[in-house]
Design a protein around this ligand. Structure first.
Ligand code: ATP
Ligand code: MG
Length: 448
């Protein structure tokens, strides 16, 4: 997001936010809320319950739960030692490990499978660029305790429903199968042999990973190695009948729901506990394909983190990337606007103005009370700039008569540009609500 507050140039003497960590300014709030409401709705529609785990976890959770030879654990974690008790802690780079930790710790699977979802900030020390930040947000779902391709299909359908709900049509599904660990082992041996035979083409990082995590080489972003990766032995050719049956059933379930997908044989996760289904949702952002959501099955993880063995699958959505797509299809970023702006004549009218504002809020209206004094003229300027629909004016003379006045502010509303109208203070809230309702039902008609 190339927005003004996100270009952080160090200026001497000025305190700026941390590079790669962004403020969400009020102008973007409606967009975030729209996204968050759609997520909450989609999760509810599939029977998911929200879980909130801490942002800080023991470093060893991620080392075990993500794997030592991954980009995240090797170079992206914000880890630190708690200076008060010496504990090694890390700002969560993702939330599957935390959710699984909490599931085990609270024995959440005691009475059967659980569908859990989460949302929140994640932290990775990466080079900030469009769609890649050091604090970013993910929304994710974890289907815990379900082994079949039905669960895989369901989490994929959930994603599709979310894109539909947000009006995003260009998000494409890619799937693959990672099979079982013995199948990956056979594939890995073939892969290492293949890359060894082409050592001269491998860059330094690939050479380093050749024996630690050769699958990740397939994921290379180095153009000089693309052709090599393209021709490498394919995992799918090493899958046995059970893994193939799972993969084929997933495909037939997706087809039965008319959900288009592409099999991408190079879609991998370089971690040992991922198995069978993997998927990604890809969209073009500014002409570049970017993954907005990654997911799959991770059956061995719960046991690896000390729980009773139970299968699981899930996904994580990159929120900032989806918001970028939403902007591209024209979701607004208008400031939230309140309905009424209350102006008044200084200290002697303040208590009545406070009182009037409270009564208006009691009636369900959103109200800004002008603070800080000033002439009526300057207060009206603020009222116009606030975007409120109506001004309520509490002046000394009217107050003495037990009245206030009401004035429409926005062009295009009935009564706009017309005179102020006096109303009894004790019926103010009721009359303002009536006027708004009448105006919404018959826009443009003059007020009675
Ligand atoms: P990449 O290969 O692009 O680094 P990843 O495999 O690290 O992606 P996951 O860990 O699968 O990504 O995270 C799921 C989603 O979270 C990604 O598809 C992406 O949309 C989003 N995401 C990951 N890292 C970042 C980041 N640094 N900034 C913004 N979004 C991110
Ligand atoms: Mg990454």
């Amino acid at each position: 997001m190339d927005r003004p507050n996100q270009t952080k140039k160090a200026q001497p003497g000025k305190l700026n936010g941390v590079r790669g960590m962004n403020d969400v300014l009020p102008a973007d709030e409606p967009l975030w809320r729209r996204f968050e409401d759609a997520v909450a709705g989609a999760m509810r529609a599939y029977g998911y319950s929200q879980i909130r785990t801490p942002i800080v976890e023991h470093t060893r959770l991620f080392v075990r739960g993500i794997g030592e030879v991954t980009d995240i654990v090797e170079k992206e974690m914000y880890s630190f030692t708690d200076s008060l008790n010496g504990e090694d802690l890390t700002l969560r780079p993702e939330n599957t490990a935390g959710v699984v930790r909490a599931t085990i710790e609270h024995n959440l699977l005691y009475d059967g499978p659980k569908r859990l979802w989460y949302a929140g900030p994640m932290f990775r020390h990466e080079r900030p660029q469009k769609g890649r930040y050091r604090q970013f947000h993910q929304v994710g779902a974890e289907a815990l305790g379900m082994a079949g391709p039905d669960a895989d299909a369901e989490v994929i359908l959930l994603c599709q429903r979310l894109w539909d709900e947000l009006g995003l049509t260009g998000v494409r599904l890619e799937i693959n199968s990672l099979g079982a660990s013995h199948e990956r082992r056979a594939h890995r041996e073939a892969l290492v042999a293949y890359f060894e035979a082409h050592r001269d083409v491998l860059d330094a990082e690939a050479q380093r990973r050749l024996h630690s995590n050769p699958l990740r080489i397939l994921d290379t972003k180095n153009p000089a190695m693309q052709a090599l990766a393209e021709q490498a032995p394919r995992l799918i050719d090493f899958l046995g009948p059970e893994s193939l049956a799972h993969f084929e059933r997933l495909q037939s379930l997706l087809r039965s729901q008319n959900l288009p997908f592409r099999i991408n044989p190079r879609l991998v996760r370089g971690l040992d506990y991922y198995n069978l289904t993997v998927f990604e949702w890809v969209a073009d952002i500014g002409g570049t394909p970017l993954t907005v959501c990654g997911g799959g099955r991770y059956d061995p993880l719960i046991e690896m983190l000390g729980g009773k063995p139970a299968p699981a699958c899930g996904f994580a959505v990159g929120v900032e990337r989806v918001l970028e797509l939403m902007r591209a299809v024209g979701h607004g970023t208008a400031e939230p606007q309140c309905e009424v702006y209350v102006v008044h004549q200084g200290d002697e009218t303040l208590e009545a103005a406070l009182q009037a504002s409270e009564r208006l809020r009691d009636a369900g209206l959103d109200v800004i009370l002008h603070c800080g004094g000033g002439s009526f003229k300057s207060q009206f300027r603020r009222a116009d700039a606030s975007g409120a629909r109506l001004a309520v004016i509490v002046g000394s003379d009217e107050l003495a008569r037990g009245e206030a006045s009401v004035k429409w502010l926005r062009a295009g509303e009935s009564g706009a540009g017309g005179p102020q109208r006096s109303v009894p203070l004790d019926r103010l809230a009721e009359l303002v609500v009536e006027a708004i309702v009448a105006n919404d039902n018959h826009p443009g008609e003059p007020e009675q």
